[in-house]
Design a protein around this ligand. Structure first.
Ligand code: HEC
Length: 131
């Protein structure tokens, strides 16, 4: 009985390690996922005309975070990343009346990079824009 239990426990352990291995995602994917979640919350705040807290210190890792495939960080990546960070700063400093347009400009900088390096999430990114 005891031995069987031991086999069961170690079997489950091995299985979970394997599953985690298959699900392992890149550093950049993780950062992007965080950014997307933050943006969904920020969108609601901007829509309501509420003040947006400083949420983006960690985004500077966009430059250094490892992608799943090296080719996803091509020649023009640094230029797009820089445009994004500059717009992030503008959005953070925007007066209330400009908050919505600066927010939409920010989403555009997400989309611009994605058009070249990662088209998958574009339709989701478009939904982040405010009318
Ligand atoms: C400078 C280029 C660039 C900018 C700017 C950028 N992205 Fe990305 N994004 C990427 C790349 C490249 C990947 C693929 C990452 C990988 O495969 O490792 C990605 C992946 C993603 C993913 C999929 C993550 C996953 O694996 O599940 C989401 C969602 C995402 N980005 C959202 C955003 C949002 C929201 C913004 C703006 C706030 C943004 N991105 C700005 C380049 C960019």
């Amino acid at each position: 009985m005891k031995i069987k239990g031991l086999f069961l426990v170690s079997g489950l352990l091995i299985l979970s390690v394997l599953l985690n291995g298959f699900r392992s995602e890149s550093e950049l994917s993780k950062l992007m996922r965080t950014m997307a979640n933050d943006m969904k919350r920020v969108r609601v705040k901007v829509q309501k005309g509420e003040k947006v807290p400083m949420f983006y210190k960690k985004y500077h890792r966009i430059n250094t975070a490892k992608p799943s495939v090296e080719s996803k960080k091509g020649e023009r990546y640094p230029e797009y990343a820089n445009a994004f960070l500059i717009q992030l700063d503008r959005f953070g400093k925007a007066e209330k009346v400009d908050q919505k347009s600066e927010y939409n400009n920010l989403v555009k900088t997400c989309i611009r990079c994605h058009e070249t390096y990662c088209p998958g999430p574009i339709s989701m990114l478009k939904k982040l824009q405010l009318p």
